[in-house]
Ligand binder design. Sequence first.
Ligand code: 1PZ
Length: 204
Amino acid sequence: MADNHKPLRKISEAFKELEATVNSQTPDDVKVASFSRACTLISPLFGCLGIAFKFAEMDYVAKVNDLVEASKSIGTLQDMIERDVEANTVKKGGSHTRNLLRVKRGIDMIKVLFEQMLVTGGNSLKDPASKAYAQVFAPHHGWAIRKAVAAGMYALPTKAQLLQKLNEDEPSARIQMQSYINASAPVILYIDKLFLSRELGVDW
Ligand code: 1PZ
C-alpha cells in the first residue's frame, strides 16, 4: 500500500521530524511551516470519525490553515509568538498564538486518544475518545459544546471500522499509534514551554 494511503504513518513520520528538531541542540528552530504541515496531516482523521465531528474538523482546519498562512511570512514558532506579544494580540480571537494553543490541544487530544486505545484494547472508541476529550478540551469548552461532543461520541465508528478506513491492521496501527505518542509528547511539551517561558499561561 502506498504511503499516501497510510495517514497514520504520514502523521507519525511528520511528528518524528518535529521531535528531532525539538530534541536537537537548536530546539528554537522549530519552523511554523514544518509544524503546520504536520498538523495538516491530521485532518484526514476527522473524515474517518463520521459526520458528528464535522464542526470539530472545520474549527481545527481553519486554525491550522491560519498557521500555514503565517508560515509564509514568519520563520519559527518562537518568532510567531514574539510578534503577537509585541502587538499585544496573544489572546485576541483568531491570533496565530491563540490558534497555536488550540491546535496544540488537538495534537494532545490525539495522543491521549491513542494512549487510551492502546490500554483499553476493546473495539469501542467511545471511552478512549471521551477520556481524551475530558482531559484535554472539556476544561476549556462551555456547556453547549461539551454536550454536543458527548452526543457525537455515540456516533463514532468502531475501532475496526476506523482502522479499515486508515488502511491499517491491528499490529501496524499499534506501532504507528505508539510512534505518534512517543514523538508528539516532546513536541507538546516544547510548545507549552514556549508559552510558559513568555509567562503567557496555557489555560486560556
Ligand atoms: C475519536 C476522536 C473524537 C474526536 C472528538 C473531537 C472533539 C473536539 C470537539 C471540538 C469542538 C470544536 C468547537 C469549537 C470550539 C472553539 O470554541 C474552540 C476555541 O476556539 P477560539 O475561540 O480560539 O476560536 N476551539 C477549540 O477548542 C479547538 C478545537 C479543535 C478540535 C480538534 C480535535 C482534535 C481531535 C482530532 C481527532 C481526529
